[in-house]
Design a protein around this ligand. Sequence first.
Ligand code: 1CP
Length: 359
Amino acid sequence: MRPLENDLFLRACRREPTERTPIWLMRQAGRYLPSYRALRERYDFLTLCRTPELAAEVTVQPVEQLDVDAAILFSDILVIPEAMGLMVRIEESGGPRIETPVRTASDVARLTVPDPEEKLSYVLDAIRATQERLQGRVPLIGFAGAPWTLFAYMVEGSGRDDFRRARVLVHEAPHTAHALLEKIARAVARFLHAQIEAGVHAVQLFDTWAGVLDPDGFLEFSLAYVRQVIEAVKATAPRRVPVLLFSRGTAAWIEALAETGADVLSVDWTCDLTRARRQTEDRVALQGNLDPTVLLASPEVVAREAQKVLARFGIGAGHIFNLGHGVLPETPVENVRRLVDTVKRESPQYHVPRGNASL
Ligand code: 1CP
């Protein structure tokens, strides 16, 4: 693989020393960017995802316009349910809809564990097209939805409420729930493996809806399958790449999350970074965790709150600056620029300069 010009993100994932804290943002490629909205006037969302040149263009937009330290592939977590055999639609407002939700054991039996080279080759082509455009400027992150979060959409049919149908299914028919989660976990592991083969430098699992489960449910239906996916990816990956885990609403489980095999835990804004660091020190790096609504306030507030996040992590290696969840569509781009500049300017004081390693 081509050597990287900027590998701060990968070094931070491995908890190696860096000159400053790297920054990228979840959902950095998308609706708040005028250049993305201009493309969306001409193409619908799924066309953008399925056309490698267009997906590559959207992926590099935040790298070129905001100078972030990593790119995340433009795609969606719902590509797996579709490849498994469900009909997925992304609505102009309100997000994804699954026309044929999974409700019974025979619905589960009909789903397949897809060969990514066959059913998801457009994602793998987008990875290769993106690497051509990036020319090694920054690392490229691949991703997938975690099994529980995909389960939640696949059973519910949409992301609009509190996923009550998905939660009823785990209580009423745990055997069926496990059969579905097993299939999803195998599909996710194969997909991440194929993304690594196609050339991504790291992979992130998004367990956005882990926090809707009760404690027993979280351990049994979310965490167990995250662990299974990470173990499978690590056992078979053609290269050793960092695995990042975003599990939302589960700060209380940080020690258990650190035992899943993830290299980096991406935490939401309800998590205290100082405490999380103490609880997980020397096991994982931490990513996060500015509240995305801060980016809707004034630039001065953005700068002030960003510095608080840096201070909460404190001095030392193993922090990747990010939001606690995705960039909101109504975010002003100038505020994102102010955030990136603030982190670049203010974070060196939290790192030991080269040559002063003994200080
Ligand atoms: O243009 C449009 O109208 C489509 C909006 C859109 C976009 C830009 C959707 C539909 N997905 C995406 C891209 C996307 N989704 C990326 C691209 C890369 C980047 O981060 O820049 C990624 C990583 C995702 C992942 C994703 N999709 C998640 C996990 C992360 C998170 O934000 O929690 C989830 C839950 C989804 C489902 C989804 N797809 C789209 C929307 C609007 C949603 C969320 C809807 C909901 O709240 O249920």
